[in-house]
Design a binder for this molecule. Structure first.
Ligand code: FMN
Length: 487
């Protein structure tokens, strides 16, 4: 007899990049019976830097030892581990940037880091662990998912694009077959298809094939949900319906972009998601950027949702990857009711609006932004473009302006862009050392950041389980409907 299907969690802890939802946070949430999600975005760079810091606590080495294909994790350690950590003030070694054909040593780092993050998140309990990727970072998707699957990831969650190819990619990887993704290439001639391929055999094959994880697509409209659900080839196993109040990237408003007095996109009725239409698709869904309160959870369930996806409340709890200094700075502002979050339509090189919290010393401050010398050396948000000879180049509107323009980019695209790769990596304490100091951080959060004071204890902090216990109040006291949706 097959085991009963797992019951859908009421709360999914959203993937929080870069490394804000690392294995510690996801493990805490999964141990408490809800779904913990590690962020897979740029996790190769995060691990390369943690290893250069000497792998504090030895956690990565512990996970790498469990990697099921001999020799691979050893080569990663040999290349990146600095015993005892790099000397104070020494810059991190340059990290390989993604291309359509990453070199083998880079593929190994991607696969092993994704494996280890999931392995650590799953260690010591049998709760559910997912991994989050951005659809836009196409060249990392297949090797990243392969690594996560080798660690038995339960669910892959992906948004910031149209993830129609992902069900096929996961199926092919689970069969240990080569897989591929058609790349979005700027300026490509209609007759040319550019493809990024990944063959798991290049990294190595395990004795037992991994199982295919569930796939949840993160979308912001019922029409995209419907589009993905209509064909078995593109149909996900569930949806996260993300609203514009959520932290991180947001979908742009429908129609012509209009800005309010402080330059934020104005959302209207057309941006409301038709939840009845989503429910009619018959797949479980969770609301993100909704009202993350006990009542909000109750009304989400009443609208047909399986529950809610929560990010902001978890981003500032004790298990989050954000440095203590930045976390405390934001929590102090929350207590003083002085916290400001702005939806910046220009900040992200992806072109999607991105929420930025005002924190002194970070690139939210115009003088810090202006003083930062543009440099592109992580490059996750670079997009491929076709050169006149048909070959691929890569560019990012946050890179040095002259380089972007030289590559055929429009100078107007560069205005107001922030380097999310370097800023977000600095937010978790792994900022690159430059001649003029360490890279400044960039903090993102949703509108709900104003309300996280609810969770604060006498010590000025709170844990992931405080968030879960509070959100489940209505359910546990019988005020909300308990959830029995099966996955
Ligand atoms: C710090 C932070 C980082 C985030 N990073 C990502 C990300 O990398 N990928 C993603 O799909 N969503 C990301 N999100 C969105 C969350 O996964 C989640 O959907 C959202 O936070 C839910 O709404 P809330 O902010 O109101 O809790 C991020 C949110 C926050 C607060």
């Amino acid at each position: 007899m097959s085991p009963p299907a797992p019951t859908a969690p009421l709360i999914i802890q959203g993937g929080l990049g870069v490394a804000v939802s690392g294995w510690r946070l996801a493990r805490a949430v999964a141990s408490a019976g809800q779904m913990g999600v590690v962020s897979g975005t740029a996790i190769d760079a995060v691990h390369a830097r943690l290893l250069q810091d000497g792998d504090p606590g030895g956690h990565l080495r512990r996970a790498y030892e469990a990697f099921p294909i001999p020799g691979v994790a050893e080569r990663v350690l040999e290349r990146w581990l600095v015993a005892g950590g790099r000397p104070a003030g020494r810059r991190y070694r340059a990290h390989p940037m993604l291309t359509v054909e990453p070199e083998r040593f880079h593929l190994e780092l991607i696969v092993v880091s994704n494996f280890a993050e999931v392995w650590l998140a799953k260690d010591g309990h049998d709760g559910m662990v997912g991994i989050n990727y951005l659809e836009k970072i196409q060249m990392a998707t297949a090797p990243s998912a392969y690594g996560a699957m080798l660690a038995g990831v339960d669910t892959v969650l992906m948004g910031a694009g149209i993830p129609s190819a992902i069900p096929r990619v996961l199926r092919e990887l689970a069969a240990l077959q080569p897989t591929s993704l058609t790349l979005d290439v700027a300026g490509a001639s209609p007759s040319t298809e550019h493809v990024t391929r990944f063959d798991p055999a290049v990294v190595g094959l395990p004795v037992h094939a991994p199982r295919r994880p569930r796939f949840f697509a993160i979308v912001s409209s019922a029409s995209l949900a419907k589009f993905l659900a209509r064909d078995v080839e593109t149909r996900p196993d569930g949806f996260i319906i993300e609203r514009p109040t959520a932290g991180g990237h947001n979908a742009p408003p429908r129609g012509k972009l209009q800005l309010d007095g402080v330059g934020q996109p104005i959302y209207g009725d057309r941006d409301d998601v038709d939840l009845a239409a989503v429910a009619s698709l018959g797949l479980p869904f969770w609301l993100a950027g909704a009202d993350s309160t006990p009542d909000g959870l109750g009304s989400a369930v009443a609208s047909g949702a399986a529950g809610i996806q929560v990010g902001t409340a978890f981003a500032f709890c004790a298990e989050s990857g954000i440095t203590d200094e930045l976390r405390t700075a934001v929590l102090d502002d929350v207590v003083e009711q002085a916290v400001t979050v702005r939806t910046d339509p220009r900040a992200s090189p992806s072109g999607f609006p991105f929420k930025v919290v005002s924190v002194p010393g970070t690139v939210s401050e115009p003088e810090v932004y202006d003083e930062r010398r543009r440099v592109c050396d992580l490059g996750y948000l670079r997009t491929p473009y076709e050169r006149s000879d048909g070959t691929l180049g890569y560019r990012c509107p946050s890179e040095p302006v002259d380089a972007y323009v030289r590559k055929g980019g429009d100078i107007a695209d560069t205005v107001g862009r922030k380097c999310l790769c370097n800023g977000l990596t600095a937010t978790v304490g792994l900022g690159q050392v430059r001649r003029d100091g360490v890279e400044p951080a960039l903090v993102t959060a949703g509108d709900a950041v104003r309300t996280i004071g609810t969770y604060l204890g006498a010590d000025g902090s709170y844990t992931a389980s405080d968030v879960i216990d509070h959100l489940l109040l209505a359910v546990s006291t019988g005020g909300g409907q308990s959830n029995s949706i099966e996955l």
